[in-house]
Design a protein around this ligand. Structure first.
Ligand code: CAA
Length: 256
């Protein structure tokens, strides 16, 4: 597929996707979702890619769903637009490998929802976050009503969605929406360092941890702990786990 909106770079076990429609502050339209799903189709079976990074080109990460596309929609089309976006973000969240949002600027509406479907968010100190849909007389449509309360707590979700306030990167860090801030010019360097650190682990421990954290959150505690124990046991069949422990005892770095 010839991508018009996505720029993709894969090197050293890390894939970086840059959303590039800066004239519309990278607003998410149907073409974006088609391209992004196609990219995920290609990425999912690849064993050589260990971490995915998503960022935006220009002054926005993503300024929301494309209002110019939504303005013409009827109710059925609005429902389809919402479910297409939700399914895509669910797919991203369930990706086997970790996904880091490198939030370079505005992450508003659908942009904040995209960042929340990533596993964690590293942001420029100049980034801005919010769910400003209320200003358009609408509710969020890519699952902010569900993910924001799970990430930042119900009070913060209600506050952000009902006020439509845009908050600073510092405030996003304070409420746990963001995990780390960087100087704007250092964002990609810091994110790539983190991505390389995670990608360097050669065992199944990274994807397994992601899967059980993500699935466990909607299970009962005992059932989820049992899942952890089962996975903990399984890893003793994994050569990489054995190598990790042996290397520690032999005071050397593991060879993965
Ligand atoms: N959809 C479509 N186009 C958008 C857009 C969006 N979400 N956000 C920005 N643009 C376009 C603007 O229309 C403008 O286009 P033109 O140059 O052709 O006029 C261009 O991007 C640059 O934007 P501004 O001139 O507005 O830039 P600014 O620096 O003055 O303001 C901003 C930046 C505060 C982010 C402002 O653009 C803004 O408020 N954007 C809309 C944010 C928003 O409401 N997002 C939620 C969308 S609804 C949603 O996401 C629903 C959902 O959950 C599914």
């Amino acid at each position: 597929m010839n991508y018009e909106i996505l720029k993709i770079n894969i090197a050293d076990r890390v894939a970086v996707v840059t959303i590039s429609r800066p004239s519309a502050l990278n607003a998410l339209n149907t073409n974006f979702f088609k391209e992004f799903n196609h990219f995920l189709d290609d990425l999912e079976p690849r064993e050589d890619v260990k971490v995915l990074v998503i960022t935006g080109e220009g002054k926005a990460f993503v300024a929301g769903a494309d209002i110019a596309e939504m303005v013409h929609m009827n109710s059925d089309e609005g429902y389809a637009f919402s479910t297409f976006g939700q399914r895509t973000f669910d797919r991203l969240e369930q990706l086997r490998i970790p996904v880091i949002a490198a939030v370079n600027g505005y992450a508003l509406g659908g942009g904040c929802e995209l960042a929340m479907a990533c596993d964690f968010r590293i942001a420029s100190k100049l980034a801005k976050f919010g769910q400003p849909e209320m200003n358009l007389g609408m509710i969020p449509g890519y699952a902010a009503t569900q993910r924001l309360s799970r990430i930042a707590g119900i009070g913060n979700a209600l506050y952000l969605i009902l006020t439509a306030d845009t908050i600073s990167a510092d405030d996003a860090l304070r409420i746990g929406l963001v995990q780390k801030l960087t100087e704007p010019e250092m964002l990609m360097e810091e994110v790539m360092k983190l991505a390389s650190k995670i990608a360097a682990n050669g065992s199944q421990a990274v994807p397994t941890s992601k899967r059980i954290i993500r699935t466990g959150i909607s299970m009962g505690f005992q059932e989820a702990s049992e899942m952890e124990a089962v996975e903990f046991g399984k890893q003793f069949n994994d050569e990489a786990t054995k190598e990790g422990m042996k290397a520690f005892l032999e005071k050397r770095k593991p060879t993965w």
